[in-house]
Ligand binder design. Structure first.
Ligand code: IMP
Ligand code: MG
Length: 174
């Protein structure tokens, strides 16, 4: 498979440090609960939390919207919900990428039913032009054009999550 490197390991780590310092400033040492959206954000989230300086807890939700396709059809399955009590807590949802926004929109509306104090969204990537719902990432790393990327947690058909960089597959059927 032919892969073009878009963001190197170093570029990603530098961006995460920048993002983390904005998040640290915003919460100003208030405690938060991070909700890590599996599977795509497991690597990003683990790097991000090691740069955060407030007291925090971590919970996980597994969402599936893509299956074996490269683009979402708007159907989202929440495979595991969180057991933790998030009532009156500051929630920071962490995901790899916001694309159409269907997945995070569904997750955020489910979380709102649990009456948190606040909910903010952090994604490493933002594909603004593909958005289908009214949702913005409060803290994001890179703006992306309409391109399908892999690596650093992001998959194509469940593969390539382990690449330490972000790349683009050259011949992909859409
Ligand atoms: P959305 O519901 O369309 O916003 O899609 C969200 C999910 O789709 C992300 O959490 C990723 O798992 C996946 N996704 C969206 N764009 C890409 C991409 O370029 N590469 C790999 N996965 C992607
Ligand atoms: Mg995925």
């Amino acid at each position: 498979m032919n892969i073009d490197i878009m963001y190197s390991k170093e570029e990603i780590q530098n961006k995460i440090k920048l993002l983390a310092s904005k998040i640290n400033d915003y919460y100003n040492k208030d405690s938060i609960v991070i909700i890590c959206i599996l599977k795509g954000s497991f690597i990003f989230c683990s790097d991000l939390v090691r740069n955060l300086n407030m007291p925090l807890k971590i919970a996980f939700i597994k969402a599936s919207s893509y299956r074996d396709k490269t683009y979402s059809d708007g159907k989202v399955d929440i495979i595991d919900d969180i057991d933790d009590n998030i009532e009156n807590k500051n929630i920071l949802v962490v995901d790899d990428i916001i694309d159409t926004g269907y997945t995070l929109n569904k997750i955020i509306s489910l979380l709102k039913e649990k009456n948190p104090k606040s909910i903010k969204l952090c994604t490493l990537f933002n594909k603004e032009e593909r958005r289908k719902v009214d949702l913005k990432s409060d803290f994001y790393g890179f703006d992306l054009p309409n391109e399908f990327i892999i690596g650093y947690g992001l998959d194509y058909n469940e593969e390539y999550r382990n690449l330490p960089y972000i790349g683009k597959i050259k011949q992909i059927k859409k």
